[in-house]
Design a protein around this ligand. Structure first.
Ligand SMILES: [Zn+2]
Ligand SMILES: [Zn+2]
Length: 415
């Protein structure tokens, strides 16, 4: 199955998930974990989020292929209208935005992958790993110590500034309005000539002429007026957008320097994959109930202020501040630009937030795109376990450090 198809199927199920449905079948188990944390946060706040992803007719729809043996990473992107509506007790509270976005979605393939058979730790039911994404199909026990491919590892949206589908719809309305106007004028002129002047023939004749002229001139004037209004709004929105995103534009200028720096430590470093990674890490930290024993976050700050965040949207850029190597541990400092939807006392507000983040990882092992914190292998006894809240192997007690395999966040601080 190709990546664009996987993505489209994934998003159909993603919408259903927020309506109370099962976890999308293609969600990687890390992603599934994140989705469940997010749904729990919304439930705790008593908020229902309705996700809408509308297709746009003349869409950009592309797939970027990156081979990184034993994996193939497909970054798919397309134009769409991605929106979230928030409700509490059936009452509408807020809508995320009305604009068009580009949706980026990463799909990870592992050519030649044979679906692993796993056994439920509770009832012993064994089946293909993918059938366990929503818990054991026999007893419902939830555990995530497995991986499968292909899977959707992450996605984010970037805002677009002009809504083309809406423009087309409005143009059709202009023509419709012109026709309606023409019919009204035609009937008016016909009635006037017929009733006031007493001539049915003149009524029909002048009625048709007046209708045609109104229809023709009317549509032209309406069209001109509409274009003018559209031009002015597009123009002012362009300015508003430019002011809004100047920090993002500036941040993206650090991309080259970041890639150059990372190339010293990693073969074939993927900027886009890292970009998705920091969004996932931030969101997972935000939606966590208990951050004290979280293996992906080892910072000093308590981060209680993040408990009211119910949604996070990447604004499309992060600013690389610099990196250092301490011993054999690489530290990367950056500013991550996001929007946060915050729910306090049943009211939702959207804030622009820039988070200073610092991430670390040990430099002694190659990057493994298929790595999952929920399914790590113990180097001593070989057992697979979920390391999200564990610092040692539950089977043999051997200490486990996530920074050997993946990025760990040690600082999240609003800037
Ligand atoms: Zn079971
Ligand atoms: Zn072990």
């Amino acid at each position: 199955m190709d990546s664009a198809q996987i993505r489209d199927e994934f998003f159909e199920q993603y919408k259903d998930f927020y309506a109370g449905g099962p976890v999308p079948q293609y969600a990687s188990n890390d992603f599934a974990y994140y989705l469940e944390c997010h749904r729990k946060r919304l439930d705790d706040k008593g908020i229902t989020a309705v996700k809408k992803i509308e297709r746009i007719e003349d869409d950009i729809n592309k797939v970027l292929h990156k081979e990184k043996p034993p994996y193939v990473l497909d970054m798919t992107f397309k134009e769409c209208n991605y929106e979230t509506e928030y409700y509490k007790d059936g009452t509408f509270l807020a809508r995320s935005d009305k604009d068009t976005e580009t949706l980026y979605c990463n799909v990870l393939h592992k050519p030649g992958y044979q679906e692993e058979t796993i056994s439920c730790p509770n009832c012993g039911h064994s089946a293909g790993s993918k059938s366990f994404i929503n818990g054991c199909p026999m007893c419902g026990t939830r555990f995530k110590t497995f991986k499968f491919f292909p899977c959707v590892t992450s996605f984010y949206t970037l805002p677009k500034f002009i809504d083309r589908s809406k423009t087309e719809r409005s143009l059709k309305d202009v023509v419709k309005l012109g026709v309606i106007l023409a019919v009204i004028v035609a009937i008016g002129v016909f009635l006037y000539n017929w009733l006031a002047e007493g001539s049915l023939g003149a009524g029909i004749f002048f009625g048709i002429i007046a209708g045609l002229i109104t229809g023709w001139l009317g549509t032209i004037f309406l069209y001109l007026g509409f274009s003018l209004i559209l031009g002015i709004t597009a123009f002012s929105r362009m300015f508003a957008q430019a002011a809004d995103t100047s920090d993002i534009q500036a941040a993206r200028l650090t991309k080259k320097r970041f890639e150059t720096d990372m190339a010293r430590y990693f073969n074939d470093f993927s900027y886009e994959y890292f970009e998705g990674k920091i969004q996932d890490l931030l969101k997972s930290i935000i939606y966590s109930d208990n951050r004290s024993d979280l293996s992906i976050y080892k910072g000093q700050d308590q981060l209680g202020f993040l408990d009211d965040v119910i949604d996070v949207e990447y604004r499309g850029g992060f600013k690389y501040l610099g990196s250092t190597v301490v011993g054999d541990v690489l530290h990367v400092r950056l500013i991550n630009y996001v929007f946060c939807e915050v729910c306090i006392d049943g009211k939702i507000k959207k804030y622009q937030r820039s988070f200073n983040m610092e991430l670390i990882r040990r430099l002694n092992r190659a990057e493994d795109l298929g790595f999952s914190v929920h399914a790590v292998n113990c180097s001593t006894c070989g057992a697979t376990f979920d390391a999200m809240h564990e610092e040692k192997c539950p089977h043999c007690g051997h200490p486990y450090e996530l920074i050997n395999d993946d990025w760990v966040v040690i600082l999240v601080r609003p800037g």
